[in-house]
Design a protein around this ligand. Structure first.
Ligand SMILES: Cc1ncc(COP(=O)(O)O)c(C=O)c1O
Length: 390
């Protein structure tokens, strides 16, 4: 019998990969499920981005292995993007490392810094990949709770930091849609510096339903203690392209490259050049993306009103996070709380899939998360089904 490695103990298949299989089965049985679960943009990238990919890939000399540090054209575009939108100056030669999506960067960072048993602070609720990557790299997760009453900010004074080496933070926060404040960012950097904790800020949502993108690196002195992940997946409708970036101190990036350069052999050059094109699009690009999300968001608010959920109308990112407001015994008995119960009800009775908040950690148990990556027509249809069947 072949045994899997111990590092996989306690690591399940990614929730969505399992759930999408169940939805496939339901669809095969004729259910025609409306998926308001997953955050994969359904709109295409800008036409100039596609044209660049086409033109560059038609050339004979763009097909070789690429530089481990990414194309200078892409690094320079990331540098301009950070200066223009975040007010952060980065040296394109040394402080920018393109990634095959930011998800892989989370793993590279854990593999670069963690020894067995090293502690890592992860948000609860939060993106599940932080915990999986920490565990796969041999580290130990120390979840910190993010509560609505605290505006989904951690109470730093209450966190036990003994033995903590890294901390993952993510604002605008997924799944709660919470925006960061300057005061919180400044406090976080000072706190981490005092304790010698490397803060990994994961920042893929700053352009979605938010007119003031912020980088944690904009805090004075942050480069000493902060690495930031960013991505074109959401901001440029390029999730399937797999283009992200790690930015921060040159020494840190060189450390990460020691691991990463043993994992992959660079990215397809035409994809990098097209990504550079995307980064240099005018501001109107983001307005056009957000116009669509704003209209969908209004409809999702109506859907959530119908389900008697409560929620903030000031959320950023491509989801709406809402409290399921149900204290029935049935709800309390569900392993994912009231949110899990409501998600099942809506899936099995109305053929609409919404994500139970509990998959992002126990503090999300009474919540649900609705994606804005579905057309207004689909959301209207979901509303109709919920009205008719719940
Ligand atoms: C908080 C968060 N970080 C990172 C990612 C990964 O994005 P990428 O496509 O850049 O790997 C996601 C994707 O859903 C996310 O929600």
């Amino acid at each position: 019998m072949i045994q899997t490695a111990q590092r996989l103990d306690g690591i399940g298949e990614y929730y969505f990969s399992k759930k999408l299989r169940e939805i496939d089965e339901l669809n095969k049985a004729g259910k025609n499920i409306i998926n308001l679960g997953i955050g994969s943009p359904d709109q295409p990238p800008h036409p100039d981005v596609i044209a660049t990919l086409q033109e560059e890939s038609a050339k004979p000399n763009t097909h070789a292995y690429q530089n481990y540090k990414g194309s200078p054209v892409l690094r320079s575009a990331f540098s301009q993007w950070y200066r223009q939108y975040y007010g952060v100056t980065l040296n394109p030669e040394t402080e920018i490392l393109p990634l095959i999506g930011s998800k892989e960067g989370i793993m590279h960072i854990c593999m670069t810094y963690l020894n067995n048993g090293d502690k890592v602070l992860v948000p609860n609720p939060g993106y599940p990949t932080y915990s999986s990557a920490v565990k796969l790299a041999g580290g130990t997760t120390v979840p910190y709770e993010l509560l609505e009453v605290n505006n989904y900010e951690p109470v730093l004074e209450e966190i036990d930091t003994a033995g903590v080496k890294l901390m993952f933070v993510n604002y605008p926060h997924m799944p709660t849609g919470q925006l960061p404040t300057d005061a919180f960012f400044e406090k976080l950097v000072a706190w981490a510096k005092e304790r010698d904790i490397l803060v990994i800020h994961d920042n893929p949502y700053s352009f979605i339903l938010n007119n003031h993108p912020k980088s944690l690196l904009s805090v004075k002195g942050a480069k000493d203690i902060v690495l930031e992940l960013n991505s074109l997946s959401k901001s440029h409708n390029m999730a399937g392209w797999r283009v992200g970036v790690l930015v921060g101190h040159a020494d840190r990036l060189n450390e990460v490259i020691r691991f990463k350069s043993n994992m992959d052999s660079g990215m397809f050059l035409p994809a990098q050049l097209a990504a550079a094109k995307a980064l240099l699009l005018p501001r109107e690009w983001y307005d056009s993306v957000n116009f669509i999300y704003k209209n969908r968001q209004k409809k999702v608010f109506a859907l959530l009103d119908l389900l008697n959920c409560t929620f903030s109308r000031q959320q950023a990112g491509m989801f709406v996070w809402a409290s399921a407001n149900n204290n029935s015994t049935l709800s309390n008995n569900h392993e994912l709380g009231a949110g899990g119960f409501l998600s099942d009800e809506v899936l099995y009775k109305a053929n609409v899939f919404i994500t139970p908040g509990g998959i992002f950690g126990s503090a999300g148990n009474n919540y649900i998360r609705v994606s804005l990556c579905a057309t207004e027509e689909k959301i209207d249809e979901a509303i109709k089904r919920i009205k008719e069947n719940l």
